[in-house]
Design a protein around this ligand. Structure first.
Ligand code: SF4
Length: 295
């Protein structure tokens, strides 16, 4: 099979030409690139999903406390908030944010996560896709397909721009995860390849220019909370696209623009922990509460 490898518009054209859904084009591409059987790749994806669900359950069920003291069980607290019935937009939205926090907190506490596309942005995809799949009663098979579309979007971003905060700022990391999740959500809900394109374009446009500024050089603050923002942005972008609203620019255009913007972001805003929030005075013992062992 000829590889499509490249732009989202090329993958969309291949889907049209083969009269096949976008997820299957991405799966065929992955099979061709890796030399693996598609059924083996589907089994691998199921395993990844299982690990993601474990991470989410761990973060929601037990307060995650990082060694730095910057992370102190936020997801667990949000789960209690959701159970109290006080959610601003209902339990599904709170679960979305709490799941993103949960997985990102497990990462901050050195637990097992799936770095999709990176460890820093690991909470976005599980939060967005699990929450909507559970809410809408989607099957495991539909979820697997949605993850293949999300992965394919990541492949395009990696090809046209970057998935690295050190290269392109947080727009390339949490922003890319958000765009991948937005595309996956459209797939999950039976949208068209063109709607996937619009959702990806909306999601990445919304975070254009977002810098990377991890406090103390740790993937904790603001990273964990940006995962929740990324998940919410994915849902919003997918919803807008599924409603039939069209992006002014194609996903490929927005991705390439993100890449160009990323290359012009000054170095102090690209994971060096020298700019943005990372330039503020380090949170003191009041924040740490002795967790660092220096108090
Ligand atoms: S701020 Fe930097 S380290 Fe943190 S999630 Fe964003 S890109 Fe990753």
């Amino acid at each position: 099979m000829t590889l499509v490898a490249g732009t989202l518009s090329a993958y969309r054209a291949a889907a049209l030409e083969r009269d096949a859904p976008l997820w299957s084009v991405f799966l065929a591409e992955e099979a061709a690139q890796s030399g693996r059987d598609p059924s083996a790749l589907e089994a691998l994806m199921r395993e990844r999903i299982r690990v993601m669900r474990q991470s989410a359950a761990r973060g929601l069920g037990n307060p995650q406390m990082s060694r730095s003291g910057l992370i102190r069980g936020g997801a667990h607290r949000m789960a209690a908030w959701m159970d109290s019935g006080a959610s601003l937009l209902g339990p599904a939205f709170t679960r979305l944010a709490a799941t993103a926090l949960a997985v990102a907190e497990v990462n901050a506490c050195m637990g097992r996560i799936v770095a999709a596309p990176t460890a820093g942005a690991c909470g976005v995809l599980p939060a967005a896709l699990f929450t909507v799949a559970d809410e809408k009663g989607r099957s495991e098979e539909e979820l697997v397909r949605a993850f293949f579309t999300a992965g394919g979007v990541g492949l395009v971003i990696e090809h046209l721009a970057s998935l690295s905060g050190a290269e392109g700022g947080c727009q390339a990391e949490v922003g890319s995860a958000s765009a991948m999740a937005a595309g996956g959500l459209v797939e999950l809900m039976g949208g068209t390849p063109l709607q996937v394109d619009h959702a990806v374009a909306f999601a990445l446009s919304n975070v254009m220019g977002l810098i990377c500024d991890p406090v103390q050089g740790l993937v904790e603050v603001p990273c964990v909370y940006r995962n929740a923002m990324g998940a919410a942005n994915a849902v919003v972008s997918a919803e807008i696209a599924l409603a039939g609203v069209e992006s002014a620019f194609t996903a490929d255009q927005v991705i390439e623009t993100m890449g160009r913007v990323g290359r012009r972001i000054p170095e102090e805003f690209r994971e060096t922990a020298r700019g943005g929030l990372a330039s503020l005075p380090a949170p003191g013992c009041d924040s740490c509460r002795g967790a660092c062992g220096n108090a």
